[in-house]
Design a protein around this ligand. Structure first.
Ligand SMILES: NC(=O)c1ccc[n+]([C@@H]2O[C@H](COP(=O)([O-])OP(=O)(O)OC[C@H]3O[C@@H](n4cnc5c(N)ncnc54)[C@H](O)[C@@H]3O)[C@@H](O)[C@H]2O)c1
Length: 256
């Protein structure tokens, strides 16, 4: 057996949710550069088409599979189309998510429910659709994108729904990893710290971002590209003995 770690994903088929923007888009591009064919899943729109164009224009292979992570049928259809067009599914990254804020004592049930539906139930439904295919194929690696907000509470951010949903996603990953451990499917989590996505680079949040940067031991936000290496590691055979972990990619934030 070679001692050289195998980070390549050649010949594999992946689905990435939340692929139209931010972290999901960067990971979709990184997976394609690492050799896999990619089905980009997101709400339909120009962002999704842009991700697919970027991958195909740079010599990779991608298709758009539009859908909504709160809709089990659209996830099932997307997995079926992915396998029809690209081959047996063995890789998945679930990055679709939303965030908003309100004081807990004033939060409307609808606001709570929407974040839980997308950020928590949406990850479960994605894993379920992907897992069904991977268990049938006898092989798979799933990476869910949670957040450091699943381990710590962000000072000054009123997002009890988001923090709770992200903590649930971390334990969801461990639970699925144990259910599927003897059937060839690994499940792991990445928990990003503050990351420079469109949400965090608007001029009106500049003061808040300066605070985020001061609070992060590495002194800055992550770039979306800095999520790619950890994701490719957890998807690839380089991490063949890793399942059920929550990999914090937070510039050291939770140590302080
Ligand atoms: N940006 C950060 O600082 C940060 C930090 C920690 C964790 N995260 C997590 O990383 C993930 C990606 O976040 P991002 O910052 O790239 O955000 P983003 O808004 O740039 O991308 C999120 C994507 O999810 C898609 N999406 C939302 N609801 C959907 C639905 N119902 N069905 C299908 N797709 C849907 C959006 O259309 C969008 O393309 C999220 O889960 C987020 O919670 C982000």
């Amino acid at each position: 057996m070679s001692n050289e770690p195998d980070f390549r994903l050649d010949g594999r088929t992946a689905i990435v949710t939340g692929a139209a923007s931010g972290i999901g888009r960067a990971i979709a591009q990184g997976i394609a550069s690492s050799g896999a064919s990619v089905a980009a899943f997101d709400l339909s729109g120009p962002g999704l088409d842009e991700t697919v164009a970027r991958i195909n224009d740079s010599g990779g292979r991608a298709i758009a599979v539009p859908g909504d992570v709160t809709d089990a049928a659209s996830l099932g259809d997307a997995v079926a189309q992915t396998q029809r067009d690209l081959g047996p599914l063995s890789l998945a990254v679930n990055a679709a998510g939303i965030a908003n804020a309100a004081p807990a004592e004033e939060m409307a049930l609808e606001q709570w429910q929407r974040v839980v539906d997308v950020d928590y139930t949406g990850v479960f439904l994605s894993c379920q659709a992907e897992g069904r295919a991977m268990l049938a194929n006898g092989r798979g690696s799933i990476v869910n994108i949670a957040s450091m907000s699943g381990s710590i509470v962000n000072r000054g951010l009123l997002q009890v729904h988001y923090n709770s949903a992200k903590a649930a996603v971390i334990h969801l990953g461990k639970s699925l990893a144990m259910e599927w451990s003897d059937r060839g499917v690994r499940v792991n989590t990445i928990s990003p710290g503050y990351t420079a996505t469109p949400m965090n680079t608007r001029p009106e949040v500049a003061d808040q971002v300066r605070q985020f940067e001061q609070d992060t031991p590495l002194g800055r936000m992550a770039t979306v590209q800095e999520m790619v290496g950890p994701a490719v590691f957890l998807l690839s055979d380089a991490s063949a003995f890793v399942t059920g972990v929550d990999l914090l990619v937070d510039g050291g934030f939770v140590c302080w």
